[in-house]
Design a binder for this molecule. Sequence first.
Ligand code: NI
Ligand code: MN
Length: 230
Amino acid sequence: MSSPLQFTYYGHSCFAVVIDGVRVLFDPFITGNPKAGHIDVNAIDADYIFITHGHGDHLADAADIARRTGAVVVSNYEIATWLGTQGVTNTHGMNFGGSYALPFGRAKYVVAVHSSTLPDGTPGGNPGGFVVTSGTRTFYYAGDTALTYDMKLIAEEFSVDFAVLPVGDTFTMGPDDAARAAAFVGTSKVVGVHFDTFPPIAINHDQARTRFHALGMELVLPVIGETIAL
Ligand code: NI
Ligand code: MN
């Protein structure tokens, strides 16, 4: 029996996971999130900041948090380089198929089907997701993506305990495709993100959860600010 991870949700696609005492923050977007006014961005600590792609709703607070905490920012090569121009020097750039060694395990940068232009119009490379493994736990965070057969490669290589998937539709998968994605990566436990922040990605929670239940899966739609054990 593997021990659960602590997962804290900061809204939209921003969350932190603590693994063996190491705090990993994903896709920081808080100050611009109309639903996250009660989150104090200056109180968020991080040892690592993972960024899936270049859109502002995934990295708007990254440079500030990185400069304050000294966290290592891990993203694709183009985004890591661009952050360097923003005064963030502690970066690690990757590209698809590459893995990065962490104190507790490793993270692999995997394919997403989306776009990745940076806020100032600079090309942000290709969008991706991460598979994070520790000695006992493995999870997949898809970033922003459509459903893609490439997700089946994750099930071939990893035993995924849970997946963090976008469910807001319009710009990413909606709940139906997210359930299919969970099947592709071989997990029945999904944490939904990238929903309700703006009107185009508002979803019906009951409908979405029911869809997953009908397929023998569980969809967790976290509340902003809450910490859950996964
Ligand atoms: Ni995006
Ligand atoms: Mn997005």
